[in-house]
Ligand binder design. Structure first.
Ligand code: 3PY
Length: 248
């Protein structure tokens, strides 16, 4: 089945509000492509100016994180209704930097996936293994366990709208990229797992991205693989190269 491609930038903790608006303007013509969903996942403080700046373009706005409660005494957090009201459509959940640096575990990540869907946001759910797990050849079991936990209680109809990003941790911010065959192996495995946990129709619809140093040089080969429906892009999403990835 033909799944619509989705290329999302993960800006991480980069760009002040004025720099963010300038980047949107710089990329505007470069990311035009009606056949692809283009998403900028931006720092919380950039959401409102970026949502304003992308109006009338083909770009959708995403957040990089949120908390599972709507409002209250949660200093420093941002809620799903706040994101929705600001024009956010997608939210990254379970990025390895959130898991490793901020201690997010699969229980919280599962709650976030369910809360995002309940709030009308589309999760971009990240999974991926460390270099140690890759070397020990236990990465497949690890990823199956992550996805199984993270989707506990999530319905097939929701999973059909979900985006899953396979991001091997050893390829994040290191300049290392999984080969297209390594990426395809795991993305194919994730699709088979979704068929096992749900059914084939759901597996055929869920969109699976590769993330981890995807760039203008390797995007076309990665995106040519059957089970890779897009990319979650780190550093290259902050440069004109992002346009080349969108159009790869
Ligand atoms: C990277 O490519 O570095 C990422 O972490 C994308 O999310």
């Amino acid at each position: 089945m033909a799944r619509r491609r989705i290329i999302a930038g993960n800006w991480k903790m980069n760009k002040t509000p004025s720099e963010a608006v300038a980047l949107v303007a710089e990329l505007k013509d470069l990311v035009k492509n009606d056949a692809v969903d283009v998403v900028y996942c931006v720092p919380a403080i950039d959401i409102v100016p970026v949502a304003e700046a992308v109006k009338g373009t083909n770009v959708h706005v995403g957040a990089e994180n949120f908390y599972i409660v709507d409002n209250g005494a949660f200093t420093g957090e941002i809620s799903a209704p706040m994101l929705k009201d600001a024009g956010v459509e997608y939210v990254i959940i379970g990025h390895s930097e959130r898991r490793d640096i901020f201690g997010e575990n699969d229980i919280l990540i599962n709650q976030k996936v369910k809360k995002a869907f309940a709030s009308g946001l589309t999760p971009i759910l990240c999974c991926g293994e460390s270099l140690a797990l890759r070397k020990a050849d236990t990465y497949k079991e690890w990823i199956e366990r992550q996805i199984t936990w993270d989707l506990d209680g999530v319905t097939a109809d929701q999973v059909k709208k979900l985006v899953i990003a396979y991001e091997p941790i050893w390829a994040i911010g290191t300049g290392e990229t999984a080969t297209a065959d390594q990426a395809e192996e795991v993305c194919g495995l994730i699709r088979k797992l979704i068929a096992k946990l749900y059914d084939q129709a759901t597996a055929d619809e869920v969109r699976i991205q590769y993330g981890g140093s995807m760039n203008a040089g390797n995007a076309a080969e990665l995106l040519s693989k059957e089970n890779i429906d897009g990319g979650l892009i780190g550093g290259a999403s902050l440069k004109p190269d992002f346009g080349k990835i969108v159009n790869a």
